[in-house]
Design a protein around this ligand. Structure first.
Ligand SMILES: NC(=O)c1ccc[n+]([C@@H]2O[C@H](COP(=O)([O-])OP(=O)(O)OC[C@H]3O[C@@H](n4cnc5c(N)ncnc54)[C@H](OP(=O)(O)O)[C@@H]3O)[C@@H](O)[C@H]2O)c1
Length: 258
């Protein structure tokens, strides 16, 4: 049984990093439930035709706006917020999903990669959220859902220290925001993917590593973007999770049980 096709009818949803992978599946799931979606595709719209739009109905396509922006650039979060606000002054759901590891970075090299990795995974997320707060406050019961990572709890594997630390920041920041924004009726939660088969791991993990990981996962397989998307919808839907805030849902096949 899926979600009701009108669960988000009349609601405006922003998803970053939605051109491919997990973000694309999340944006498609919101569209399937009647939402109007602003999809920040990524640095370009290169993967939109592959992951975001295939098979969407004309009605869903009419509810979709695609933007692009490099969120590792200083000031990009603020600029993206301004672009989002051009098409509407209310945001019901904000999904901060754009992010990546930026390569396997040995500890000795982390100072030179620090700005890029943290600007993308932290600074632009914080800036976009802050700039959209008036629009979130203008909604009736808004919700923020942030993508963190299993590595925020485990530390990840070699070369991921900046990325894992950044995701731990977003995880703790989500809890702090949840408490601060509760009086405004804004709920803040996070989804923490385990090892999900997307372009992310094509870049950063060998086939052998992924095979060994899959064998070690209690559910005996890697996750898919479609395994992740329902957790976002659940956390964004007041009718389903209206009393849940400041929480992190781990979607990892049992890979980590915290
Ligand atoms: N896959 C996993 O196992 C896993 C596990 C834990 C957490 N996550 C997190 O889940 C989220 C989605 O990852 P994914 O697996 O779906 O990977 P993905 O397929 O590589 O998608 C990442 C998305 O973030 C965007 N992004 C990356 N760098 C950007 C930049 N500098 N400026 C703007 N957008 C940028 C990408 O846009 P471009 O097309 O421009 O690159 C893309 O839309 C990320 O936050 C990731 O850290 C993934």
């Amino acid at each position: 049984m899926g979600f009701d096709e009108n669960l988000f009818a009349g609601r405006r949803v922003i998803v970053t990093g939605a051109g491919r992978g997990i973000g694309a599946a999340v944006a498609r799931a919101f569209l399937g439930c009647g939402a109007t979606v602003v999809a920040h595709a990524g640095r370009s719209d290169a993967f939109v035709d592959r992951d975001l739009t295939p098979g969407l109905s004309a009605d869903a396509l009419a509810r979709l706006t695609v933007l692009s922006a490099d969120l590792a650039e200083p000031g990009s979060g603020e600029r993206l917020a301004a672009a989002v606000l051009e098409s509407g002054a209310v945001v019901d759901v904000l999904v901060n999903n754009a992010g990546t590891m930026g390569g396997r970075i040995p500890a000795a090299d982390t100072p030179s990669a620090y700005d890029t990795v943290l600007d993308l995974n932290i600074r632009s997320t914080v800036a976009l959220t802050a700039a959209l707060l008036p629009a979130l406050r203008a909604a009736e019961g808004a919700s923020i859902v942030n993508t963190v990572s299993i590595s925020a709890r485990t530390g990840g594997s070699a070369g991921s220290s900046l990325y894992s630390g950044a995701k731990a920041f977003v995880s703790t920041w989500s809890r702090a925001l949840a408490r601060e924004l509760a009086p405004d009726g804004i709920r803040v939660n996070a989804v923490s993917p385990g090892t999900i088969a997307t372009d992310f791991h094509q870049r950063y993990s060998s086939a052998e590593k992924l095979k060994a990981t899959a064998e070690a996962i209690p559910l005996k397989r890697l996750g898919t973007p479609e395994d992740c998307a329902p957790a976002y919808l659940f956390l964004a839907a007041n009718g389903l999770s209206g009393y849940i805030t400041g929480q992190v849902i781990e979607v990892n096949g049992g890979q980590f049980m915290g």
